[in-house]
Design a protein around this ligand. Structure first.
Ligand SMILES: N[C@@H](CCC(=O)N[C@@H](CS)C(=O)NCC(=O)O)C(=O)O
Length: 198
């Protein structure tokens, strides 16, 4: 049984969405986290090495960091085909864009948020203005990151773009707006939101 270490309205919320898409059996373990304003505290129950969310435990097997959790869960629960398995078409793209999410896209947004110029040739990521055209090119044929196959990539990227919808950090793009709407109009997203509210 999967345990999701969760704090509402954080990066762990999208794993409620993924677990609902997978129709996996899971329990939610609410945990406290440190906040930007200095409040909050690491929850000793949370197995993430920095007390961040999300983290999961699969009967004692701990997995942390969003792309790793996404990959673990889609390999572990293949029934609904939320990610290509080893040897299947699309596996290379799946792994690449999972790693890109936390290795390039998130640092790009954080750099922009902090008004820091991305050091060319040193940083492992690029500026938002370079990253987003690559993402848009990937998504333009639609409807999803892997073409017709909805995957855990869309859970990560779609919910992030939906969250940044009105933010000046995200360059305006109809491809991205339509994509984010497509992802968040899925029934599993509504179920996740209902669980979160409860
Ligand atoms: N790289 C991690 C980031 C996780 C993360 O920073 N989560 C935030 C909530 S959205 C958190 O737990 N913050 C508490 C802290 O920084 O101590 C992932 O993608 O899973």
């Amino acid at each position: 049984m999967i345990t999701l270490y969760h704090h509402p309205k954080t990066r762990s919320t999208r794993f409620l969405f993924l677990l609902e898409e997978l129709e996996a059996a899971y329990t939610v373990q609410p945990v406290t986290t440190r906040k930007r304003d200095g409040s909050g505290a690491i929850d000793p129950a949370n197995p993430h090495p920095h007390g961040k969310v999300p983290a999961i435990s699969d009967d004692g097997v701990v997995v942390f960091e969003s792309p790793a959790i996404a990959l673990y869960l889609t390999d572990r629960f293949p029934k609904n085909r939320l990610g290509p398995l080893v040897g299947e078409a699309g596996r290379g793209a799946y792994l690449s864009w999972l790693a890109y999410y936390s290795g390039v896209l998130e640092p790009a947004f954080v750099s922009k948020f902090m008004n820091v110029e991305v050091p060319r040739g040193t940083a492992g990521w690029v500026a938002v203005e370079e990253a987003m055209p690559a993402v848009i090119a990937r998504l333009s044929p639609g409807p999803y990151f892997l073409g017709g196959q909805f995957s855990a990539l869309d859970v990560l990227y779609g919910t992030t773009f939906a969250m940044f919808d009105q933010s000046p950090l995200l360059p305006k793009s109809k491809v991205i707006e339509d994509y984010a709407r497509r992802v968040t109009s899925r029934p599993a997203f509504a179920r996740a939101m209902a669980k979160e509210a409860a």
